[in-house]
Design a protein around this ligand. Structure first.
Ligand code: XMP
Length: 523
């Protein structure tokens, strides 16, 4: 495996992701990992990540001497990226100083004249790379030679062929470094000779093997399942690991999509063999939402009620398990890597990583240990894993659905009649998107019901009914989004079907706002 030592950079997991894209197995370790831990694996290369510190500062994180000894003893190739390169230089006798100019953004790197570094094989003389650093090298360590420069930094890439060490000031792992993948491939495959035979199903098997050990022969695990791709993939993995000792709970909060609870239950039980219990708490949620119009208030009510319901169910499961001589000490969460980054406090590698309170909602007071099989993956990797596990296309490609559900898509007061109206409209719109082949190209699509009535005419009669709006956005990270350019014909079919088939709606609009300045949801 390739070991990535993490110095706390925002991009460390991107390095892991790029290595996985090369079909090479890698693992992420703390930069202060013990040599003994690394020695338990067959490490063929080490990548030192970037990080927010300055190597020369007191308290800055460093690789342990034991690991440097291991590198030397086994002649392990090392690639240092940004802070990683500065760490190498610092330890091996070079010098790192604060740069006069901080360099953030695109830069053109030029290969040193006549240089044919293995790292730049199949690359042009000049290439664009992404920089994000304040410090820079002022002296290369003995035995190293510079192999690329920019206008601002003389030592943008350095190499020591004898000790098999390379350093890069730029970040090859980000998409703004278009040829970064080539550099990483040249190191991981070219230099380290990694086999490119790793696939997503290996990831699944590794998780399963690990969790079987962790939970033990009698341990039980509980988890909330919403039917979205993350919780589905996590639940399937868990079921493959420990079968019926995994207890999944689906809470129907009365604000789910049309027939959602029934569909998820059927899919989970029949197709995925997940031991799922559906708790219908819709009346409890809807009665608490009565008369509430403020969006944040709705979120709060749904969030706390969810925790109450889940906790009650978990207690029941724990009691049952106890009676049978087992114990339930674990909680499964479908946290993804982007959720983890959002929750990291940027104080360096020793900063504690808070657990993101995911859509499923983690009852903070529960004394359960967490299992998070997806915390190293990005959404598209989870989808790839879902496909590899044979999970159906509908589940794998489902758009994200917010925890508070339709409650934040019914502007104003949430009533059972309005939920029903929106469920019908939403079902038609989503159905038409699948039918017309647009669903998978859209980041998120839904209908919102406005607390506004407009006049219409149906047959010979005047109508005075609600207005709804379709929202379809293109986005990859949900932080920014553009409205989706849906063809008029598809809009036409949606409009005619919603207005004719849903009692209570006589006008359908299409939302053409982007985020920012609007948000994706209307509330
Ligand atoms: P906005 O509306 O902020 O949405 O542009 C960005 C993404 O977050 C989802 N979202 C939520 N998800 N609970 C959730 O679990 C919430 O309260 C919530 N609010 C927004 C939204 O659906 C979109 O994917």
């Amino acid at each position: 495996q390739v070991a990535i030592l993490d110095f706390g950079s925002q991009y460390s997991h991107l390095i892991a992701r790029r290595v996985r894209e090369l079909h090479v197995y890698c693992e992420l370790y703390s930069c202060q990992v013990d040599a003994k831990e690394l020695e338990e694996h067959e490490i063929i290369a080490i990548i030192l990540s970037g990080g927010p510190n300055s190597v020369y500062e007191e308290g800055a994180p460093h690789v342990s001497q034991g690991v440097w000894d291991l590198i030397q003893k086994n002649s392990i190739p090392v690639l240092g990226i940004c802070y990683g390169m500065q760490e190498m230089a610092h330890v091996l006798g070079g010098a790192v100083v604060p740069g006069l100019k901080h360099e953030y953004g695109k830069a053109i790197a030029r290969r040193s004249e006549g240089c044919n570094s293995v790292l730049f094989e199949d690359m042009p003389e000049e290439f664009q790379m992404w920089m994000s650093h304040g410090d820079k090298l002022s002296k290369v360590p003995d035995g190293f030679k510079p192999v690329a420069a920019t206008d601002n930094s003389e030592y943008v890439a350095i190499e020591n062929l004898e000790t098999k060490m390379w350093g890069l000031q730029f970040h090859p792992e980000v998409t703004h470094s278009p040829l970064g993948k080539v550099v990483l491939k040249n190191f991981v495959v070219g230099v380290a000779g990694a086999k490119q035979d790793w696939v997503m199903t290996d990831y699944a098997q590794e998780f399963i093997d690990r969790v079987v050990q962790q939970v033990g022969p009698k341990g039980h695990v509980i988890g909330a399942v919403s039917g979205g791709v993350d919780s589905t993939v996590a639940a399937v993995l868990m079921t493959r690991a420990i079968g019926p000792r995994f207890h999944a709970v689906l809470v129907d909060n009365g604000c789910l999509r049309k027939d959602e609870a029934t569909k998820v239950l059927k899919r989970m039980k029949e197709d995925c063999k997940v031991n799922l219990k559906c708790v219908d708490a819709s009346d409890r949620f809807l009665s608490k939402l009565k008369g509430v119009t403020d969006p944040e208030q709705k979120r709060k009510i749904i969030g706390t009620t969810f925790i109450d319901v889940f906790q009650e169910e978990a207690t029941k499961i724990e009691e049952e398990v106890k009676h049978e001589g087992g114990s339930c000490d674990w909680l499964l969460q479908g946290t993804l890597y982007p959720d983890v980054i959002e929750s990291i406090s940027y104080k360096g590698p020793s900063a504690t990583i808070k657990t993101h309170h995911n859509v499923g909602g983690l009852p903070a007071t529960m004394k359960l240990k967490l299992i998070e099989p997806l915390r190293e993956l990005f959404k598209d990797e989870v989808r790839e894993l879902g496909m590899a596990l044979g999970i159906d296309e509908m589940s794998v490609w489902r758009h994200p659905f917010p925890g508070p559900g339709l409650a934040i898509r019914i502007l104003g007061e949430v009533t059972p009649e309005r939920v029903k109206m929106l469920q019908e409209a939403d079902d038609i719109v989503i159905g038409e998107l699948w039918k017309s082949g647009h669903y998978r190209k859209i980041g998120q699509a839904f209908v919102v019901l406005l607390p506004v009535k407009s006049v219409g005419v149906m047959g010979d009669g005047r109508t005075y009914e609600f207005v709804a709006s379709v929202r379809c956005v293109e986005t990859t990270d949900y932080m920014t989004a553009d409205f989706y350019h849906l063809p008029y014909e598809v809009m036409g079919t949606m409009s005619s079907r919603v207005i004719n088939e849903v009692r209570g709606i006589n006008r359908l609009c299409y939302d053409i706002s982007s985020k920012p300045p609007s948000t994706i949801e209307w509330e």
